[in-house]
Design a protein around this ligand. Sequence first.
Ligand SMILES: Cc1cc2nc3c(=O)[nH]c(=O)nc-3n(C[C@H](O)[C@H](O)[C@H](O)COP(=O)(O)O)c2cc1C
Length: 210
Amino acid sequence: MDVVNALRWRYACKKMSGATVPVEKIEKVLEAIRLAPTSMGFQPLTVLVITNLELRKKILPIANNQSQVVDCSHLLVFCTWNQFTTEQVASYMQLIMDTRGVTAASISGFKQALENLLANRTLEENREWAAKQAYLAFGVGITAAAMEGVDATPMEGFNPGLLDELLALEKQGLRSVLLLPLGQRDEINDWLLKLPKVRQSASHLFIHLD
Ligand SMILES: Cc1cc2nc3c(=O)[nH]c(=O)nc-3n(C[C@H](O)[C@H](O)[C@H](O)COP(=O)(O)O)c2cc1C
């Protein structure tokens, strides 16, 4: 499927069948998320991949009883980092050096720029910035899932405070931002499946400045 047809095929699945998605397809979605661009390449996020049904049952009421949380195959929890430290920056610089075989001196300006960016903002601003990066990766994940014929439901409809508590995220330096159940649509019982997609026209959405 080309990307446009995949995006026409996908929808925010309201009822999943409970079927298990083959691990190769899940791996592709995860790899797409890993490859998503982020500001300065910092990737200030962590994605939990939950298959445990008992745990997903506990998440259900926290996610407004949206049944996809339990009827999906894999539940992704997009988290961002809670704090931003010089150690995280140093670890990222080490990754660049190891990956590209460059010296610390050659990237010292970039390192300083990233440290300044983080230091010149409040913790809340840094958290918001990190959340924007998570949304980007989320979008890439949704598109990748569609390309693989895997259904997904983008979800902001949950209580992040309660989820953070249940998963002990604060202790791990994380906070939950988004949920993405991955699974298979229930073709008979999903009321949304047969309704046409609602989107603004291209002439409404785009202004071409030639
Ligand atoms: C960030 C975000 C959060 C969303 N949260 C929910 C949600 O909690 N539950 C839900 O059923 N749909 C949720 N949606 C789905 C949107 O309502 C849906 O994507 C939109 O209406 C467009 O429809 P389509 O995705 O079916 O094409 C969310 C979508 C996005 C992008």
